[in-house]
Design a protein around this ligand. Structure first.
Ligand code: SF4
Length: 301
């Protein structure tokens, strides 16, 4: 981004190219270029205050880009969100959203799922992958809800994580989106992006959640998670981030990790940014008003 130093080593390179060829020349050339290159100014490490400011500014800018950010699992009550979140392991939210309408039509409450025939549940859950293990999980947690919580999903972290198959990540999704309690969702997109932004260099999901949580007021945690995940899905992809079309590029230390040409970058955009349907079959109205399109039902595309 900054201007280049007058001699960035190119002159040295030219000189080396003029030198008569010798057998060992390539190795020596590289060494010569390295020696002649001016020492790069070491960048001062970002202070904690600067990091907090930059992180919050990124979140504010993302809030403008995605004012309609929301959880991308379809649900109508805490039970549906809890089950959908458990089913979302190792698959896309889209595939879960395409599968749960049949599941909840047949088993609308924890009592129904707890008493279900496992083979029937497996058949419904087959499209989500790992369907036998997932059947066990959702039936197990339904039984626990019936036996220990009167058939209600508890609204406390310490209760939620006691349910079979429910970890902190799932619990925070449910708390944040079905109970309005602040929660950070450190999913794969979230983890990748916050590392790219150098908000933390932790690699463990729980430690990432704690490190990022400390940069923001609790009240912002849930929407922060949606903004980051939306950005990860639409623009800052795992393999080819669309840096040239990224609205927060000036704040991002990883700018250039992906495509920087604006035209080529625009072609990489996904979902509503690229004109494609979203993950939810029933997205919130704000999303539709902003030009977002609902996902197709299972088998329709
Ligand atoms: S500039 Fe590139 S790496 Fe940084 S957030 Fe944007 S898309 Fe991701």
């Amino acid at each position: 981004m900054g201007e280049q130093a007058p001699d960035d080593g190119t002159n040295a390179l030219k000189k080396v190219h003029k030198a008569p060829a010798r057998k060992s020349a390539p190795v020596k050339k590289a060494a010569a270029v390295k020696k002649a290159a001016p020492a790069k100014k070491a960048k001062a490490p970002e202070s904690r205050t600067a990091l907090v400011r930059r992180a919050r500014r990124i979140n504010r800018e993302l809030a403008e880009v995605y004012p309609y950010a929301h959880p991308e699992l379809d649900f109508e009550n805490p039970f549906q969100l809890l089950v959908a979140t458990v089913l979302s392991a190792q698959t896309t939210d889209l595939r879960v959203n395409q599968t749960t309408p049949a599941l909840f039509a047949r088993y609308p409450a924890p009592e129904d799922l707890a008493a279900a025939d496992p083979e029937e549940v497996e058949e419904i859950l087959r499209p989500t992958g790992f369907f036998r293990a997932k059947t066990k999980s959702v039936m197990g947690l339904s039984k626990a809800l019936v036996e220990e919580f009167d058939g209600q999903v508890p609204g406390r972290l310490e209760d939620l994580v006691k349910l079979p198959g429910v970890g902190r990540k799932t619990a925070f999704v449910v708390l944040g989106n079905a109970f309005g309690r602040p929660g950070i969702t450190a999913d794969t997109h979230f983890q990748r992006l916050v590392r790219r932004w150098q908000w933390t260099d932790e690699t463990d999901a729980d430690k990432i959640e704690a490190a990022v949580g400390a940069l923001f007021p609790r009240s912002e945690w849930t929407m922060l998670s949606h903004h980051v995940i939306f950005h990860g899905r639409r623009i800052c992809h795992a393999r080819k981030p669309a840096c040239g079309a990224c609205p927060i590029a000036p704040l991002c230390p990883a700018y250039g990790e992906g495509e920087t040409d604006p035209e080529k970058a625009r072609k990489l955009l996904k979902y509503e940014k690229g004109g494609f349907p979203g993950q939810r079959l029933k997205p919130p109205q704000a999303y539709l008003d902003a030009g977002g399109r609902p996902a197709p039902p299972l088998g329709a595309g």
